[in-house]
Design a protein around this ligand. Structure first.
Ligand SMILES: Nc1ncnc2c1ncn2[C@@H]1O[C@H](COP(=O)(O)OP(=O)(O)OP(=O)(O)O)[C@@H](O)[C@H]1O
Length: 284
């Protein structure tokens, strides 16, 4: 498949050619119902429901250790569930055979916490890892595509041949995002993408995510503790507590909730200051 065909296929998948995504697919691109996940006796989620809508940036919040990463990994098929259904693009993932599963995986991009790049590989080689796994392309085309991805995330061309230890924290995040975008995914999972970045770097990363959502029509599932990201970048927020999604909606929905964790989280000093300022303080 040539580059042009790949881009066309990706555009068609995202509905850039006049349709709202694949025909017949629901607007909820991820639908989780009555999910139970446990490790031995330790129940992490029980009766959890969640919809992620096409084209939105959904911010997923919750206290430390509540199960945000476990939910992400369960949706990705990396953690076994005890009960419940997970539908992605309208397909029940339990009903997919191995090859259908592989097709589905190509429609996901994942950026794990801390970037998780291969330290011995250059940025370009890191970006090419999923391409080599899923696409049969010539070395020249692989190089060309990797440079397109670098440009997409705002990295200079000379970052291509550097290894992760030669990059700043912000550049590592961008390189990891470029790798997550390697296969032109429709949904991107980001696990605390702004953690470890300084306020300006974090604001720039949020801007990049919003731009990619607009230009590529991406759906973004973003686990985050970053109040600024929740205020500035997310279309909706889902909050995890008591083994369930206890609230989902806009920021106003979160602020109106009586749940003690949400009251503490969004009513705390930092959140209150953020609300009152009405803008991102980190921009100085
Ligand atoms: N493979 C595993 N085996 C056993 N327990 C696990 C496993 N993976 C996660 N857990 C447990 O599941 C719980 C939820 O973990 P998870 O990493 O999803 O939390 P989190 O909400 O993402 O936390 P944080 O915000 O601190 O990253 C934790 O108690 C964790 O110890």
């Amino acid at each position: 498949m040539g580059e042009h065909e790949i881009s066309r296929a990706a555009a068609a998948r995202r509905g850039h050619e006049g349709e709202p995504g694949r025909r017949g697919e629901p607007d909820a691109v991820i639908r989780v119902r009555d999910l139970k996940v446990a490790f031995g006796d330790k129940v992490i989620m029980d009766g959890l429901n969640l919809d992620v809508m096409r084209g939105e940036i959904l911010g997923f919040v919750g206290g430390s250790g509540q199960g945000k990463s476990v939910l992400t990994r369960t949706i990705l098929g990396l953690v076994r569930k005890q009960r419940g259904t997970i539908e992605v693009f309208g397909e029940n993932v339990d009903k997919l055979n191995a090859s259908q599963r592989r097709v589905l995986e190509r429609r996901f991009g994942v950026m794990f916490q801390q970037g998780a790049l291969f330290s011995a590989l250059t940025v370009k080689q890191n970006i090419q890892v999923p391409m080599r796994e899923y696409l049969k392309l010539s070395p020249d085309l692989l190089d060309e595509l990797a440079m397109v991805k670098l440009d997409l995330v705002g990295l200079p061309a000379d970052a291509a041949d550097k290894v992760p230890s030669e990059l700043s924290g912000g550049m590592i995040k961008r390189a990891a995002l470029a790798r997550a975008l390697a296969l032109d995914p429709e949904i991107v999972f980001l696990d605390e993408p702004t953690s470890g970045l300084d306020p300006i770097g974090a604001a720039e990363f949020d801007d990049l995510i919003m731009t990619l959502k607009q230009t590529l029509g991406l759906t973004v599932f973003m686990v985050t503790h970053d109040l600024d990201s929740l205020y500035d970048a997310c279309d909706r927020i889902a909050a995890l507590a008591d083994k369930k999604v206890i609230a989902v909606g806009t920021l106003e929905t979160m602020l109106e909730s009586d749940h003690p964790w949400l009251k503490a989280y969004f009513g705390g000093e930092r959140a209150t200051a953020r609300q009152q300022s009405g803008k991102r303080e980190r921009n100085g």
